[in-house]
Design a protein around this ligand. Structure first.
Ligand code: NDP
Length: 472
């Protein structure tokens, strides 16, 4: 139980939101420049084809991403013949996907979280989100870990005892399923867009720009919900995509076994390293409520379609590649990948943990065995109130301003390096994550700089680098 949201006067509106709210509360009149507009429209039209291109390259060209281009250039093939060779929508894929999403909605809505009673240190059950720009604190039912465990227990029970379906089912329907995920991705984004105009969950947290495409892409509503508990951001971010991530990898592993009679060490590495990341996500789902996605992004196509299509298809390219190229790594190579992945994960997790601990205890904690050092900051919220905050400058936060991203990038590189050096396709992930996290870094610093002003300058003087000390 627990009530959905407690309406409070804004005392914590921050940065860009705070600035825009002062002009016109709730309906921020942000202008969108031509450059951003062209970017937005191109992404809306072409992003599905980028995803299609990678998956098609594996299906038709053994994961070579240059071969289709060469053949198109030399006239050996045409776009139409590539399209004609691709599997299209099937009703059996639609049935699988509908059951999948329906099952995840059922788990999300109906499974009470009891895991926190059994596992020490795990935080589940009803939790508060961060305060929204309009001053609301939403309640969330955190049960992701439990849903992940139930889903995977059923997957293994099916594979070993029930045999209702083959564990290769995801791989076998991969392209028809892509049609289904796109239908859901666009439907959810369009629904969220219309909902924002006609029946928003909280109109004060809506952000309208003067441009309809930008609104559609970046989202208007902050925390759209249906009823008390069905939260779009939490559900779509975590459930159909991230729960599926590990199952998709397991399906690739089953396919390798079926095709070659054995599983390569590279496939095991990709499965294990990505499973650690996914499990970490669900273990820390309550912490996730305080990250940028939930605290600052609005829900539009960027999150809706991204979670349904981009994430499950492009974050799992390594496993897909290994089905077509069963790379067996030397022991030294495998060990190096494992170490890189584990060290990256350790940095990612400890950095996030240090900030969390520091903020929760307001600095009364120990970091690397010492009292933390920090910079005292102040900022003004939309209602004119002055507030105080602290920026940690010791532990990993003294090494670089976003060392958590550095750890994340090391882990991402490890997944790619597990696929050997035969093709570029499995390296898409590290290229994409670098762009995503550098962009996020710049966005976040822009926000922090307008929030904290000269205090932020003192912080950047104390910790001069963003990701890699001495370089960037
Ligand atoms: P952070 O957890 O780094 O949070 C940034 C915020 O922390 C800032 O806006 C500021 O907020 C506060 N802050 C900044 N510097 C300090 C400091 N020195 N001391 C205390 N607080 C500080 O960013 P994210 O939410 O983006 O990332 C969370 C994690 O999720 C990261 O590890 C990232 O790698 C991962 N991630 C993974 C993605 C994926 O697709 N795999 C995508 C995105 C993120 P305030 O206003 O409170 O001061």
């Amino acid at each position: 139980g627990g009530s959905r949201s407690t309406r409070r006067k804004s005392t914590h509106a921050q940065g860009e939101h705070a600035n825009s709210m002062q002009k016109d509360p709730g309906k921020a009149g942000t202008e969108v420049d031509w450059f951003s507009l062209i970017g937005v429209i191109s992404l809306l039209c072409f992003a599905p084809f980028i995803v299609f291109y990678f998956v098609m390259a594996c299906d038709q060209y053994q994961c070579s991403i240059s071969q289709p281009l060469f053949e198109l250039y030399s006239g050996e093939t045409t776009l139409l013949s590539i399209w004609a060779r691709s599997p299209s929508f099937t009703w059996s894929a639609a049935k699988i996907y509908a059951i999948w999403v329906g099952f995840q909605v059922f788990l999300y809505m109906c499974i009470p979280d009891v895991t926190n009673k059994f596992i020490p240190g795990y935080v589940g059950g009803v939790q508060d989100g961060a305060r929204t720009p309009a001053g609301l604190i939403n309640k969330y039912e955190i049960n992701g870990l439990q849903c992940w465990l139930i889903t995977h227990a059923l997957w293994f029970a099916n594979a070993h005892y029930f045999h209702w379906f083959s564990p290769t089912i995801i791989f076998d329907n991969w392209i028809p399923l892509m049609w289904c995920t796109n239908i859901l991705g666009y439907a959810v984004s369009t629904f969220a867009f219309i909902k924002a105009y006609f029946f928003p969950t909280n109109s004060e947290d809506c952000k309208f720009t003067g441009n309809i495409f930008y609104n559609y892409m970046m989202g208007i509503e902050f925390n759209p919900r249906i009823g008390k508990w069905f939260d779009f951001k939490l559900f779509f971010n975590g459930r159909p995509g991230i729960v599926a991530w590990t199952l998709i990898n397991l399906s690739y592993m089953a396919k390798q076994q079926e095709l070659y009679g054995h599983i390569t060490n590279s496939m095991i590495l990709v499965n294990v390293l990505q499973a650690i990341y996914v499990l970490d996500f669900f273990w820390n789902e309550a912490w996730y409520l305080k990250t940028i996605d939930i605290c600052h992004d609005h829900f539009g196509w960027y999150l809706g379609w991204g979670d349904c299509v981009w994430l499950p298809y492009l974050y799992t390219l390594q496993g897909l590649y290994l089905v077509y190229h069963p790379v067996q790594l030397s022991d030294a190579h495998a060990l190096a990948v494992l170490l890189l992945g584990l060290v990256g994960y350790y940095i990612f997790r400890s950095t996030n943990h240090q900030k969390d601990l520091f903020r929760r205890t307001e600095g009364s904690c120990s970091i690397w065995g010492h009292k933390p050092t920090y910079i005292e900051c102040s900022y003004q919220s939309a209602d004119g109130g002055i507030h105080h905050s602290k920026l940690l400058t010791s532990g990993f936060w003294g090494v670089a301003r976003h060392f958590n991203y550095t750890g994340d990038l090391m882990g991402s590189l490890a997944y790619c390096a597990a696929c050997g050096f035969g093709h570029i396709l499995p390296y898409f992930y590290i290229v994409y994550m670098t762009i995503l996290l550098v962009h996020r870094c710049v966005r976040d610093e822009h926000r922090c700089s307008s929030k904290y002003g000269k205090d932020w300058k003192r912080y950047t003087d104390a910790v001069p680098y963003r990701l890699i000390p001495g370089m960037f």
